[in-house]
Design a protein around this ligand. Structure first.
Ligand code: AP5
Length: 217
C-alpha cells in the first residue's frame, strides 16, 4: 500500500492549483483541503465572521493568518486524513507556513511534496475571466478548455454557474501583487527543504493525470 501523501499546491491565482489538486485526489484517494472554498462558504453563510472574511476576499487581499490558521487547524484535526491531504491554497504566508510546520512536528508527520504550479500573469488574467465556478459543489469550469455540458449549468449538481467576484481584472491584478509579496517567498523555504516539484499550469488538461503521476513518482 502507498504511504500517506501530504502535499501542498503553491502557485499564483488561477494557475490551476485546484484543478491539479482534484486530479491528484482522484488518482490517489486523498482529500483536498481548499482554503478558498472554506472561506467562501463562511461568506455565503452571511455571519458577522463571514462579512469580515468577505472584506478581504473581495479586494483580493489575504484573510488574516489568525483566522485562516484557525480554520485549517480545525480541518487538519479531523479523522479522515489517514491517507494524507492535499492543501490547495495554504500556506500562503510565512506565519501560515510556520503554523503548518508546527502542526506536522507536533503530530510527527512530514510533507512529501510542494507542487509549484506555474503560469505567467497575462495568461492568468485571460484564463480567470473565462472561469466559471459552481457555488454549490465547488466544481470549476473553463469556457474554452473545460466547458460544462450545458451552458451555465454545473454537470455535477445542476446549479447555476457563476463568475467569482474576485475574478474581475482589477482584483486579479491585486491578487497577483499579494502573491508575489506574501506567498512567493515560501518557494525558497520549500526549495531549501528539497520539497519542490514543478508542474506547468498550461499543460494540456487531458494529459494532466499522466503529468501528475510522473511528478509524484
Ligand atoms: P483561492 O480560492 O485559493 O484562489 P487562488 O489561489 O487565487 O486560486 P484560484 O482558485 O483562483 O485558482 P487555481 O490556481 O486553483 O486555478 P483553477 O484550478 O481554479 O483564494 C481566493 C481568496 O481567498 C484569496 O484571494 C484570499 O482572499 C482568500 N484565501 C484563500 N486561501 C487563503 C489563505 N491561505 N490565507 C489567506 N487568505 C486566503 O484554474 C483556473 C482556471 O483555469 C479554471 O477555469 C480551470 O478550468 C482552468 N485550467 C486549470 N488548469 C488548466 C490547464 N492545464 N489548461 C487549461 N485550463 C486550465
Amino acid at each position: 500500500m502507498r504511504r500517506p501523501l501530504r502535499i501542498v499546491l503553491l502557485g499564483p491565482p488561477g494557475s490551476g492549483k485546484g484543478t491539479q489538486a482534484h486530479i491528484i485526489s482522484e488518482l490517489y484517494g486523498v482529500p483536498v483541503i481548499t482554503t478558498g472554498d472554506m472561506l467562501r462558504e463562511a461568506v455565503a453563510n452571511g455571519t458577522e465572521y463571514g462579512k469580515i472574511v468577505d472584506s478581504y476576499m473581495s479586494r483580493g487581499e489575504l484573510v488574516p493568518d489568525k483566522i485562516v490558521n484557525g480554520v485549517v487547524g480545525e480541518r487538519l484535526n479531523r479523522s479522515d486524513l489517514e491517507n494524507g491531504f492535499i492543501l490547495d491554497g495554504f500556506p500562503r504566508s510565512t506565519p501560515q507556513a510556520e503554523f503548518l510546520d508546527g502542526f506536522l512536528e507536533e503530530h510527527d508527520l512530514k510533507l512529501e511534496y510542494v507542487i509549484h504550479v506555474t503560469l505567467d500573469d497575462e495568461a492568468i488574467v485571460k484564463r480567470l475571466s473565462n472561469r466559471r465556478s459552481c457555488p454549490n459543489c465547488g466544481e470549476v469550469y473553463h469556457l474554452v478548455s473545460k466547458p460544462p455540458k450545458k451552458e451555465g449549468v454545473c454537470d455535477k449538481c445542476g446549479s447555476e454557474l457563476i463568475l467569482r467576484d474576485d475574478d474581475r481584472p482589477d482584483v486579479i491584478r491585486n491578487r497577483l501583487v499579494v502573491y508575489r509579496e506574501k506567498t512567493q517567498p515560501l518557494l525558497d523555504r520549500y526549495m531549501e527543504k528539497g520539497l519542490i516539484k514543478e508542474a506547468p499550469g498550461d499543460h494540456p488538461m487531458e494529459r494532466l493525470p499522466e503529468l501528475l503521476k510522473r511528478v509524484l513518482g
